[in-house]
Design a protein. Structure first.
Length: 73
């Protein structure tokens, strides 16, 4: 079924972002990344009160590959 889209305002898009309007079967990434962060690392906003008494981020990752982007056009 066709998609009907009204006015779209795009302020910015990152280098690895995807902007698509309309019907789509699959959107595949061109890159993958892994991020390690402790408790409360990605909190944003005004007047936050975060109480993380003890935060431990284990970054031991012994596997060879997590996600492959082979074959994505």
């Amino acid at each position: 079924m066709p998609a009907f889209v009204g006015v779209v305002k795009l302020n910015s898009i990152g280098s690895s972002g995807v902007f698509h309007i309309g019907d789509v079967f699959a959107i595949s990434p061109y890159s993958v990344a892994k991020t390690f962060a402790g408790a409360g690392s990605f909190n944003t906003g005004n007047g936050l009160s975060i109480y993380n008494y003890y935060s431990n981020t284990n970054t031991n990752d012994a596997d060879f590959m997590d996600d492959s982007v082979v074959g994505n056009a």
